[in-house]
Design a protein around this ligand. Structure first.
Ligand code: C2E
Ligand code: CA
Ligand code: CA
Ligand code: CA
Length: 275
């Protein structure tokens, strides 16, 4: 009975009670957030390092909760995955992003985050096909960002899912490379079109030798596998200079632009071509 004492105390820990309550509220409210119009998307430019030109945008989800204000995705995506809400939320993100991109004058790319639950759902490739038909977006303009952790949950199903998506002509990027359960064999096994190096390595690339060594190694891997590499979270000219020097092709981060409403980038996506 003594040994249970600590556990009992924790159950009545008021802070923990508040966390559990908070989670229940988010869980519940997530189920209605799509129909209540509480989500919107922000867009962050991805640029070609050599020319500085915008080549596309990553789409990032924002939830405006009526009482809690803006809830960051790091707080609610996991809950949505665990409770199944991610299916409806992910579908809304895909459809809204593709419809938006299809309306641009410039045929820029749109990168959409896809969670593990979506990858393992038999519905995903059918849904993507349906949305491409419905919006008229050219498949090669859609890039799905997938983390390794999402893939290893059920290797065979994930592989089958990616092949179906590739057959539609959409692109697949390996997201957050270097974090989680990185394995080089995943890079060979899955049909990726791009590697995204995680922000945590870029952050300290110009001050930390280990981070620099890891970025160099990923660049070598990209060259060996003929995969372009995008560096995420680029904040300074020094970081950009390092990446350019290492032959990194693409960059994304506050230096090139913070995520913002698409109206903020109207001049980029609707620029008249003067060729
Ligand atoms: P992520 O896929 O790694 O997305 C990049 C995150 O880094 C974004 O955070 C972005 O705002 C932030 N970021 C970009 N550049 C910089 C920079 O230069 N400095 C700093 N400090 N941060 C930068 P955000 O929007 O809070 O999203 C967090 C995570 O939530 C994303 O990480 C992604 O895993 C997930 N997420 C966001 N939207 C969606 C979505 O529609 N579906 C799914 N499944 N996940 C999403
Ligand atoms: Ca991403
Ligand atoms: Ca990341
Ligand atoms: Ca830095």
């Amino acid at each position: 009975a003594k040994a249970e004492g600590g556990g009992l105390c924790r159950i009545f820990d008021p802070e923990m009670g508040a966390r559990v309550r908070e989670r229940r509220i988010l869980e519940h409210d997530l189920r209605f957030a799509v129909e209540r119009g509480q989500f919107h998307l922000v867009y962050q430019p991805q640029t070609a390092i050599e020319t500085g030109e915008v080549i596309g945008f990553e789409v990032l989800l924002r939830w405006h909760h009526p009482e809690r204000g803006n809830v960051p995705p790091d707080r609610f995506i996991q809950i949505a995955e665990e409770t199944g809400s991610i299916e409806a939320v992910g579908e809304w993100v895909l459809r809204t992003a593709c419809r938006e991109a299809a309306s641009w004058t410039q045929p820029l790319r749109i990168a959409v985050n896809v969670s593990a639950v979506q990858i393992h759902s038999a519905r995903l490739s059918g849904l993507v096909r349906e949305i491409l038909v419905e919006t008229g977006l050219a498949p090669e303009r859609l890039e799905l960002e997938i983390t390794e952790t999402a893939l290893i949950r059920d290797f065979d199903r994930a592989l089958a899912s990616l092949h179906l998506l590739k057959a539609l002509g959409v692109r697949i990027a390996m997201d957050d490379f270097g974090t989680g359960y990185s394995s080089l064999s995943n890079l060979r096994a899955f049909p990726f079109d791009k590697i995204k190096i995680d922000r945590s390595f870029i952050m300290s690339v110009d001050s930390n030798d280990q981070a620099a060594a890891i970025v160099r190694a990923v660049m070598g891997l990209g060259r060996g596998l003929a995969l372009p590499v995008l560096a995420e979270g680029v904040e300074t000219q020094g970081e950009l200079a390092f990446l350019m020097n290492e032959g990194c092709q693409e960059a994304q981060g506050y230096l090139m632009g913070k995520p913002a409403l698409i109206s903020h980038f109207a001049h980029v996506v609707d620029e008249e071509t003067t060729a």
